[in-house]
Write a protein of this length. Structure first.
Length: 294
């Protein structure tokens, strides 16, 4: 019987994945889900398939999602105008009501997709189980409304869900001492949760391939960085646009106890599987030191 090269490649890929599956058994992987992977239905399905597979092979995935484009769309539908200051959405009382409605809607749609794939997902917000305790966040001293900065994470509800075999899907709505709701940046929420859970990995799904030394030169993609190298890039002003706060989030998360952080192109189908279970990987991995084993 002649075995095709395609079939043999599949077997090789599975064997290549074996040591990673063994290494990451029962380890927590926090996935910050956003960008084009949220708005393209095919990409959305690929990401959710990856999440279900991670769970089935013994990892403990936690999904933290945004929904900025959908929020802006609904704000427009109700006759309001989106407003941003320094990249943060100005969130008055009416806007907060829309934000919470939309994020919960997005949350339940992701839960349904995972469940349809025979996963077991439960959708929660940062208000459930007192998960994300916040204070008001200011933007360079400016009051931007009900925008929250996470000051405490109570992981009890996440731990309970994981222990029962569920995949937690979390939307970034927090609360303060007075019970008021706050809109939390999804990157910030993912970092806070990953730190509190001492996650093995924190993966950001973005609309870029990773971190570049020169964004205009696509050949300058950096496959791996140490914390020291990332700090040096920030000090030297080598980063542009939204990558600066994202990389700072990565550094802070690792200082807070996360083992490794990955910045991935969510536009690549099955980017999570390619990064976690293959020798080469994709995107940029930030680690504590160069001699750290993958």
């Amino acid at each position: 019987m002649e075995i095709s090269e395609t079939i043999m490649q599949k077997a090789t890929t599975l064997v290549e994945a074996l040591p990673y599956i063994q290494k990451f058994q029962n380890k927590v992987v926090v996935v910050k889900y956003g960008g084009s992977a949220m708005t393209d239905e095919n990409l959305k399905m690929h990401v959710m398939q990856d999440i279900v597979l991670l769970k089935l092979v013994g990892l403990q995935p936690i999904v933290v999602h945004g929904g900025g484009k959908e929020i802006s769309r609904w704000i427009g539908k109700v006759g309001m105008k989106p407003e941003f200051i320094n990249g943060l959405r100005v969130t008055d009382e009416d806007t907060m009501e829309v934000v919470e409605m939309v994020l919960n809607k997005v949350n339940k749609s992701l839960v349904q997709i995972i469940n349809n794939l025979s996963g077991r997902a439960v959708g929660i917000s940062g208000k459930d189980g007192s998960l994300l305790h916040c204070v008001k966040k200011f933007s360079n001293g400016q009051d931007i409304g009900y925008v929250g900065e996470v000051v405490k994470v109570d992981t009890s509800i996440i731990q309970d869900l994981l222990s029962q075999g569920f995949i937690p899907v979390i939307c970034p709505i927090g609360f303060d001492d007075h019970g008021l709701s706050y809109n939390v940046n999804a990157d910030d929420a993912a970092c806070a949760i990953a730190e509190a859970m001492h996650a093995e990995k924190l993966a950001f799904l973005t609309d870029v391939e990773g971190v570049y030394r020169d964004f205009s030169d696509k050949s300058s993609l950096i496959n791996s960085l140490t914390i020291d190298q990332a700090n040096e890039m920030i000090r030297n002003g080598e980063l542009q646009g939204g990558m600066l706060p994202k990389l700072q989030n990565c550094i802070d998360a690792m200082k807070g106890g996360v083992n490794r952080v990955h910045i991935l192109d969510g536009r690549v189908p099955h980017c999570l599987l390619l990064e976690i279970f293959t020798n080469q990987g994709i995107g940029t991995m930030i680690e504590k030191s160069m001699d750290a084993s993958y």
